[in-house]
Design a protein around this ligand. Structure first.
Ligand SMILES: [Zn+2]
Length: 114
C-alpha cells in the first residue's frame, strides 16, 4: 500500500501551508491522481484518517479525483481515453501509444484552510 507514503508527504505540504498562511485547521483537501498510479481513493481516506488523528487536519474532507488515461498514437495520431493501460493503439492496433495524461500525476488540487 503506497498510499500511506503518499499521504505522509501530502500531510507535510499541508502543515507547511498552515504555517505559511498562519492558519490552524484544514477543512477540505482536493487531490488528483493519474489512473496509472493505481492509487485507491478508499486507501487514501484510510491513510489520511490514521495520519491526521489529533492534528490540524483531523476530520478534514478529502475529495480524490482519478485522472483518466489519455493517449495519442505515434503512428496514426488517434487520441484515446483508456480505462486501463494498453501499450498499443485501440484504433490502428499497431501504433505505439504515448500517454499524455493520467500517468504519474499526484497533486493537491486545492486546500481549504481556516
Ligand atoms: Zn494508431
Amino acid at each position: 500500500m503506497h498510499e500511506l507514503a503518499i499521504v505522509e508527504s501530502i500531510m507535510e505540504t499541508l502543515l507547511e501551508q498552515l504555517e505559511i498562511n498562519n492558519c490552524s485547521r484544514i477543512l477540505t483537501i482536493k487531490l488528483e491522481f493519474g489512473a496509472m498510479t493505481a492509487v485507491m481513493p478508499a486507501a487514501i481516506d484510510f491513510a489520511f484518517e490514521a495520519l491526521s488523528k489529533g492534528g490540524p487536519a483531523e476530520g478534514a474532507k478529502i475529495e480524490t479525483t482519478i485522472i483518466p488515461i489519455k493517449a495519442v498514437c505515434i503512428d496514426c495520431g488517434a487520441k484515446s481515453t483508456l480505462d486501463d493501460y494498453v501499450p498499443f493503439c485501440p484504433k490502428c492496433h499497431d501504433g505505439v501509444l504515448q500517454i499524455i495524461q493520467g500517468r504519474d500525476e499526484m497533486r493537491i488540487a486545492s486546500i481549504e484552510i481556516q
